[in-house]
Write a protein that binds this ligand. Structure first.
Ligand code: PMP
Length: 354
């Protein structure tokens, strides 16, 4: 018999392309178009060669404390990982063990079913409503756990905190994970972090990759009750003690301490998002009401697949998902104002010759 009979077979997640060429306009992976603040770079540069000899703090104590202070929680309520993908993968492994199906939307972050399949966790998808919003009544109990992003990806649509709370309340016997990767772009108080004071089955996951301009350093975190976070810590320490490297720990802490730069960058991205939404509407696109740093758009006449190819040819990379219900949409990350002007000019030119 071949060793191949005993291999764990998986269909991996496909991340957006990272093109080698420099002059591409890259709007395909929801990165931030602005660099991190100078304080973050200074924090990395201040690490002495001598320090690299040693293992980093396995407890990530300083970063966890900085995040706890920022969110008004205790350090024991904060878990950190190598991007939120790492945090989410460990959360699936830790919390979804009932044998009952885990629920998530049919249109959502396409890594969820990959992790479920990797671990052999049964799952069921719940269809979004016709208008692509999440239907809270589809998540009212009897499952092995629930996960969804808020705002959802790739639609960008926000579920109001009251609706999220109704889901958390109806599922106190399982863990509900709210993936807030894009919440900072929803302008203000839409996060469900305040619900942590009332529900011990809620886990909120966040990332430094989008709003904090640090996709390259891989920093993500989860917030929850002490017990929930303790369970995650136990699984992490059964897997790899030193997930967070020295530069990531230092940069993460410096980023959290610089709120002024953070807010300024957020404002710029949100302003450009609204400008782009308006401009695309004028060009005949239908946009969801995205509260994130990307738009999800469909043209009234021209197939998304064709626009995707035309943009790529012009050196503008966006994301296209050839999947049921969304195969006529493009997901476009918000770049700088100049990049979005180049995008809309390119689309305008293409539409003119149609
Ligand atoms: N959740 C959602 C909804 C995302 O879109 C992404 C980005 N691909 C992630 C989590 C993971 O981000 P990261 O691992 O960079 O923190």
């Amino acid at each position: 018999m071949s060793w191949e009979a005993n291999v764990r077979r998986v269909v991996p997640y496909t991340p957006g392309e990272q093109p080698g060429e420099r002059d591409v306009i890259k709007l395909n992976t929801n990165e931030n178009p602005y660099p991190p603040p100078p304080g973050v770079i200074a924090a990395i540069q201040s690490i002495r060669a001598e320090q690299y000899r040693l293992y980093p703090d396995p407890d990530a104590g300083r970063l966890r404390q900085a995040l706890a202070d920022y969110h008004g929680l205790k350090k024991e309520q904060v878990f950190v990982g190598v991007g939120s993908d790492d945090v989410l993968a460990l959360a699936f492994l830790t919390f979804f063990n009932s044998g009952r199906p885990v629920l998530f939307p049919d249109i959502t972050y396409s890594f969820y079913d990959v992790w479920a399949n990797l671990y052999g966790i049964p799952f069921e998808v719940r269809p979004l409503r016709q208008d692509l919003t999440i239907d809270p009544s589809a998540y009212m109990g009897g499952s092995g756990g629930i996960i969804f992003p808020n705002p959802n990806a790739p639609t960008g649509i926000l579920t109001e905190p009251e609706d999220v709370e109704s889901i958390v309340r109806a599922n106190e016997d399982v863990v509900v994970i709210v993936d807030e990767a894009y919440i900072d772009f929803s302008g203000g108080n839409k996060s469900v972090v305040p619900l942590l004071a009332r529900y011990d089955n809620l886990l909120v996951v966040r990332t430094f990759s989008k709003s904090r301009s640090l996709a390259g350093l891989r920093i993500g975190y989860a917030l929850g009750g002490e017990k929930l976070i303790g369970c995650l810590q136990d699984v992490k320490f059964s897997f790899n003690s030193y997930t967070m490297n020295l530069p990531s720990l230092a940069a993460g802490e410096a980023s959290i301490r610089d709120d002024v730069y953070f807010r300024k960058t957020l404002e710029k991205v949100i302003e450009t998002r609204e400008w782009t939404k308006q401009k695309l509407a004028e060009l005949g696109f239908v946009c969801t009401d995205s509260q994130s740093n990307f738009l999800f758009v469909s043209h009234k006449r021209i197939p998304a697949r064709e626009l995707f190819a035309a943009l790529k040819k012009a050196g503008i990379y966006v994301r296209y998902f050839p999947r049921p219900r969304i195969d006529n949409y493009l997901r476009i990350s918000i770049g700088t104002q100049a990049q979005m002007e180049a995008l809309t000019a390119c689309l305008q030119e293409y539409l003119n010759q149609y």
